[in-house]
Design a protein around this ligand. Structure first.
Ligand code: F6P
Length: 626
């Protein structure tokens, strides 16, 4: 593979790739549903083929670095009595951290190894299912959480995930790690180059994201830290890192840890596990490991790629149904088993901050709920009880408390991962009950599922792709045993599922008019990054200066035309207010375009509640509206 063609590092800020509008999706708001699927496919493809001349996933330098991190992880797994691997992130990045930590711990348990993965999500476990965005701004909160989770550990691999390299929460943690290098190996995972990292002052802190990242870059040169930052291009919905940002995070971390496990040769007798020799091949066989990493990337690509043609027609139908549900003020429910159910929860939880939707608009439910998952400290989330019937994340809760109120306006999507008689039995009963309530039923299934076991008449069945035999052989030749091979089969289909779920929730919100061009025009301004993003969107939609847009946003937040007294309000206080006010960005756009009063903008919004239509009305004569 080619070596990366890195941009020279003048430390001047330019718009980060993760905040750019993707040219491929500029017209996603006017596209038909099959066209939306094509656009999402083209934007996601950049995960694998890269973007412009920046470092790609497959580039030699990136693969080498990932292999080094993975070697370190293997050594910690081997000595896990006083070691830990801690993954941390905000929003979707924190949910993916939880997802991976849970999955890896259960894999270690199955292999007779101590569970050494931990996770941190900004805002605590409530943020696994709800939008809790403000903590992203706090380096202090990040550090405090890390100190708690790291207690009693002598060696820690810390991986801070921030797709935009933009979360002060993660910067606070990395700064702590870099002050305690005897304990921590700090790693930053994200998808911008370092010269795009913001140098803006962080309230109550005397470092910036750029100073922290540059410090880490220096440490990298002596192997005391790593920055993993392949560039995967702008998101299809501008700034929405829940999409490919989340997907590529999952892919990179799973690849890293599965490769780490391939370093360990585990005795077939669990009693002999202390004879695991992590160093065996690790020192002299780097190129083999790098090859394995590349093959694993190919596995993800193959299944992701083949899922598009196999699922496109049925997925279009499902997106149309979901869009109709949201337009009719109905709901979309994902109900799933195992990791597939968890990915449904992850997809649903990011809709309120992204699209300004209600928590109930799109919801996910998982068989058994979050509580039984190994990594989950139950005491931390008030929404999750011991009893699945009381746990609002569980399929049991769905049956008891949601199913009775389902109407013909709602869409229910079942997520079926595997060939399992218990799942078939439970699903057939559920299908019968749901069919009595609504005709909008989807079933997304892996190719492992035997559809003849299911009563799927009148359901929209979306089959995903499956890993080819030759690829399985390739990774097994590369060092993965058959048990790890099975984990790969599962993991790669999860990425395809994640893409399908993103397509459903994004497509449904496009239908509801929550996207203009490729901008999320009703996002919640609940942290400083989102506030800046909101101001940028107003400035672009209204074609006005950033200063003018900022004033419009402030007027929309405080619902007053006189904002003189708010000029010196700290950002933390602005976002605290903004997070609780509806329709800030749409109102600000109207203010900026019409030059009207807040009262008039609110009246306008009320008369034309569909945001995209209202914007088009303002920007173009009605006869030209598509
Ligand atoms: O603040 C909201 C958000 O943009 C989420 O959409 C995203 O999942 C989270 O921040 C984390 O972003 P990042 O990974 O870039 O730090």
């Amino acid at each position: 593979m080619d070596s990366p063609k890195q941009v020279p590092p003048p430390w001047k800020a330019e718009r980060p790739v993760t905040e750019l509008s993707n040219r491929k999706s500029e017209n996603i708001d006017t596209a038909t549903v099959p066209e939306i699927i094509n656009i999402l496919h083209d934007c996601e493809e950049e995960m694998f083929i890269g973007w412009q001349n920046y470092q790609r996933l497959h580039d030699k330098d990136f693969v080498k670095k990932l292999s080094e991190v993975s070697k370190y992880a293997a050594a910690l797994i081997k000595n896990s009595a006083d070691s830990a691997i801690i993954l941390s992130g905000c929003g979707t990045s924190g949910r993916i951290a939880f997802f991976i930590a849970t999955k890896m711990n259960s894999l270690l348990r199955e292999r007779g190894l101590p569970q050494c993965f931990g996770y941190i999500i900004a805002g605590g476990d409530r943020a696994l299912t709800h939008s809790v965005e403000a903590f992203e701004d706090s380096p202090g909160a990040g550090k405090d959480e890390l100190i708690k989770v790291a207690k009693g550990k002598r060696k820690i691999l810390f991986i801070g995930i921030s797709c935009g390299l933009s979360a002060p929460f993660i910067a606070g943690q990395l700064h702590h790690c870099m002050s305690h290098l005897d304990t921590f190996l700090p790693v930053l995972l994200g998808f911008n180059t370092i010269h795009m990292v913001r140098d803006r002052t962080i309230e109550g802190w005397d470092h910036t994201l750029l100073t922290v990242t540059k410090h880490l870059m220096l440490l990298e040169s002596s192997g005391q830290g790593y920055i993993l930052n392949p560039i995967v291009g702008p998101e299809a919905i501008t700034g929405s890192s829940r999409m490919k940002g989340g997907g590529v995070t999952k892919l990179i971390l799973e690849t890293c840890f599965l490769t780490a496990l391939s370093y360990l040769s585990v005795s077939s007798d669990p009693k002999d596990n202390d004879e695991i020799n992590a160093d065996k091949d690790a020192a002299n066989d780097s190129s083999k490991q790098e090859k394995l990493i590349t093959s694993l990337f190919e596995c993800y690509k193959q299944v992701w790629e083949t899922s598009y043609p196999t699922s496109k027609e049925q997925l279009s139908k499902l997106i149309e149904q979901a869009g109709k549900s949201l337009l009719d003020n109905g709901h979309v429910y994902y109900a799933g088993w195992d990791t597939w159910g968890l990915l449904g929860l992850v997809d649903a939880s990011e809709c309120p901050p992204t699209f300004g939707s209600d928590f109930d608009d799109i919801r996910g439910f998982l068989k058994g709920g979050l509580a039984p998952l190994e990594s989950f400290p139950q005491t931390m989330n008030a929404a999750v009880g011991q009893d699945p019937l009381e746990d609002e994340t569980s399929l049991e809760f769905f049956k008891k408390s949601v199913l009775p109120s389902i109407t013909a306006k709602d869409t229910v999507v079942f997520l079926v991962p595997s060939n399992d008689a218990n799942i078939y039995h439970e699903l057939n009963i559920l299908l019968k009950s749901v069919m009595q309530k609504t005709q909008h039923i989807g079933v997304i299934s892996s190719l492992l599922v035997d559809e003849t076991q299911l009563d799927l008449k009148s359901c929209t069945v979306v089959p995903l792709g499956h890993l080819k035999e030759e690829m399985i052989n390739k990774i097994q030749d590369g060092g993965l045993d058959s048990e790890l091979g099975n984990v790969v089969v599962k993991s790669v289909s999860e990425l395809a599922l994640k893409s399908a779920l993103n397509a459903i929730s994004t497509g449904a919100h496009i239908a509801k008019g929550k996207v203009y061009q490729n901008y999320m025009v009703d996002l919640k301004l609940s942290n400083s990054k989102l506030l800046e993003r909101g101001i940028g969107i107003v400035s672009r939609c209204a074609e006005c200066s950033k200063e003018f847009a900022r004033d419009a946003v402030m007027r929309a937040i405080y619902r007053t035309d006189d904002i003189a007294s708010f000029r010196d309000t700290p950002v933390s206080s602005i976002i605290q207010t903004a997070g609780n006010v509806e329709r800030v960005v749409p109102i600000a756009i109207i203010l900026a375009i019409k030059g009207c009063t807040v009262r008039e903008a609110l009246d306008h919004q009320e008369r034309a509640p569909v945001i995209r239509t209202s914007l088009l009305n303002l920007l173009q004569p009605p006869s030209t509206i598509s």
